[in-house]
Design a protein around this ligand. Structure first.
Ligand code: AMP
Length: 301
């Protein structure tokens, strides 16, 4: 069934303690689309400026991504982000965010995409996420993401968005910040009280948790020793998860659990190189191989 992502496409500069990459393809929707397309076709809605490099567009064009919703706006500049990871790669600082086009009018969802059944509102302004959701006709499942910038500066908008989505994916520090708590399960339950049926909390190298009103699931990461750049791990986790849900068309607990496992496997691929490089070198078999290893790792006697 149809899968749609909305969010940012940008130019990133990423520093780790060992290396640095300047002006590489990034953005929440770019990571999601590249990762999801390993499993299922994906429709992309985002806007870039006229400065968006042709080579970056080619990366998106070469995949199972429908780009009918990618707007190139004359006179505008593409979103830019500069992030720095500490020795512990779970710790990241945003050194600079130039919203540029993300601070202007959002792109419109093309008519042909409005019937999308499974939707991921990747990181952007929460009021814009809500506007995107309102343009859809009869979606079956909408998940959103968020991050520190939006939690700190646009909390009320974010709470309004949470009232209309089915699920949220966020990391542990964001869940604690948003719900003003220290216990992740309690923070998850408080988030459920606002509206969503599903809360997925990512815990960096410690895996991820799904919290619903009736269930609690906790899964580990797919272990990799080759972490080069964790940027986009959250978007790629969500991509693996949503792509599996869209492919099966199901949202029962067993499917959601397997979807979380796909999220872990796809995220593990993305972080093995800067930008989309590791995703570009992977294919559906790479994901299935990791799923096989992951299933074996979790089987107990
Ligand atoms: P993640 O590591 O999953 O949080 O995603 C990182 C990506 O999100 C980078 O490629 C950035 O370009 C993009 N990004 C950074 N800050 C924001 C923001 N405030 N809103 C939307 N996207 C962002």
């Amino acid at each position: 069934m149809s899968l749609l992502v909305t969010g940012t496409i940008g130019v990133d500069t990423v520093e780790t303690t060992h290396s640095r990459a300047d002006d590489i393809l990034g953005g929440s929707a770019a990571y999601f689309a590249c990762a999801a397309s390993l499993i299922h076709p994906v429709r992309l809605v985002a806007a870039v400026g006229e400065d968006f490099p042709t080579d970056f567009r080619k990366v998106l064009e070469g995949r199972n991504i429908d780009l009918a919703g990618l707007e190139t706006r004359a006179g505008s500049k593409t979103f830019r982000w500069h992030g720095k990871y500490m020795e512990d790669m779970n710790d990241r600082e945003s050194l600079r965010t130039d919203l540029n086009i993300v601070g202007e009018d959002p792109p419109v969802i093309p008519k042909g995409f409005r019937d999308s059944k499974f939707v991921f509102l990747a990181n952007t302004h929460p009021a814009v996420q809500k506007q995107f959701a309102e343009q859809l006709a009869g979606p079956e499942l909408i998940f959103c993401d968020t991050m520190d910038l939006w939690i700190n500066a646009f909390r009320d908008d974010l709470l309004n968005t949470l009232k209309i989505v089915d699920g949220i994916v966020l990391n542990d520090s964001e869940a604690k910040m948003l719900m003003d708590g220290t216990d992740l399960i309690k923070c998850g339950r408080k988030l459920l009280d606002i509206g969503p049926k599903y809360v997925v909390i990512k815990k960096g190298e410690h895996g991820a948790m799904l919290i619903t009103r009736d269930a609690l699931v906790s899964l580990p990461v797919y272990p990799t020793e080759k972490v080069k750049d964790p940027t986009g791990a959250g978007d790629c986790f969500a991509a693996g998860m949503m792509a599996h849900i869209a492919k099966t068309g199901r949202t029962d607990l067993a499917t959601m659990k397997t979807a979380l496992a796909y999220g872990a496997c796809v995220a593990s691929i993305a972080i093995e190189d800067f930008s989309m490089r590791a995703l570009q070198a992977a294919d559906a078999d790479t994901v299935e191989q990791r799923m096989k290893t992951y299933r074996e790792m979790l089987t107990l006697n």
